[in-house]
Design a protein around this ligand. Structure first.
Ligand code: BTN
Length: 246
């Protein structure tokens, strides 16, 4: 059952897009918008929920999806889309840029004032893709579980001012439509290049656990290629710290 939601204006005036958001379903509560998208499919379908009871993050982690505080949604796509997580990172950054200085942090978080305000999770099942995006919007520091407080932030806590989730969603869907269309018209390399530039890691020395070395490039799957003592390491994910810059 669904009560009047923060997103109803998107149903009244749908986003002006080619594919993303051609159908929108809104839930008060759901287990995970990604699960719904993988179960039901539908190219361009957008699934939004006010609350998730089993929101998923990357690397098997749970995603804190408190009711009413954040923007929890998934875009369902048919087939695999090479470069999708890059397209998503760039799209969210650009959608927020007019009000917040948001930067892409490898492997695909978005930070504002050094705090994570957005996470992206791409999942595939049986030829379907779910692009899940979680954006913390209204949270105050005390709204996050204690273990997340040092690292997590929201648009309101970090960029300030009042934010409207529906407006944020409309802006993100518009940008996502643009970047996904770039992928679908063969411009994967351009999207990858923009994302690599946004990560701003090439040439920098980074540390991840015991590994320290210089990032020589970021490959087409988004992995860091690191030179260290004559050896080459490939890093697919992890918590990295920049030691020195160029
Ligand atoms: C991460 O940074 O670990 C990725 C977080 C992705 C969270 C979003 S919220 C909407 C969608 N549904 C989910 O279950 N997860 C994603």
């Amino acid at each position: 059952m669904r009560t009047a939601s923060a997103y109803d204006d998107l149903l009244r005036v749908p986003p002006d897009t080619t594919c993303v958001g051609r159908e929108i379903v809104i839930f008060d509560v759901i287990d995970s918008t990604n699960t719904y998208a993988l179960d039901h499919g539908g190219d361009g379908l957008v699934v939004v929920a006010d609350r998730q009871t089993a929101g998923r993050g990357r690397q098997g982690r749970a995603w804190h999806s408190a009711p009413g505080l954040g923007l929890w949604f998934t875009v369902a796509l048919e087939g695999l889309a090479e470069g999708l997580s890059f397209a998503a990172g760039i799209a969210v950054r650009d959608a927020l840029a007019h009000r917040a200085q948001v930067r892409v942090k490898w492997p695909n978080d978005l930070l504002c004032n050094g705090k994570k305000v957005c996470g992206i999770l791409v999942e595939h099942r049986s030829g379907r893709t779910a692009l899940g995006i979680g954006i913390n919007v209204h949270h105050r520091p005390q709204d996050f579980p204690p273990e997340l407080r040092a690292r997590a932030g929201s648009l309101e806590s970090e960029a300030g001012g009042a934010w409207n989730r529906s407006k944020v969603l409309r802006a993100v869907l518009t940008e996502l439509d643009r970047t996904i269309m770039l992928l679908r018209t063969g411009k994967v390399a351009d999207v990858h290049r923009a994302w690599v530039e946004a990560c701003d890691l090439v040439g920098r020395t980074i540390r991840c656990g015991d590994l320290q070395g210089r990032v020589t490039h970021i490959d087409e799957r988004g992995a860091l290629v690191i030179a260290h003592g004559g050896a080459r390491h490939i890093l697919h994910s992890g918590d990295i710290h920049v030691v020195t810059g160029d």
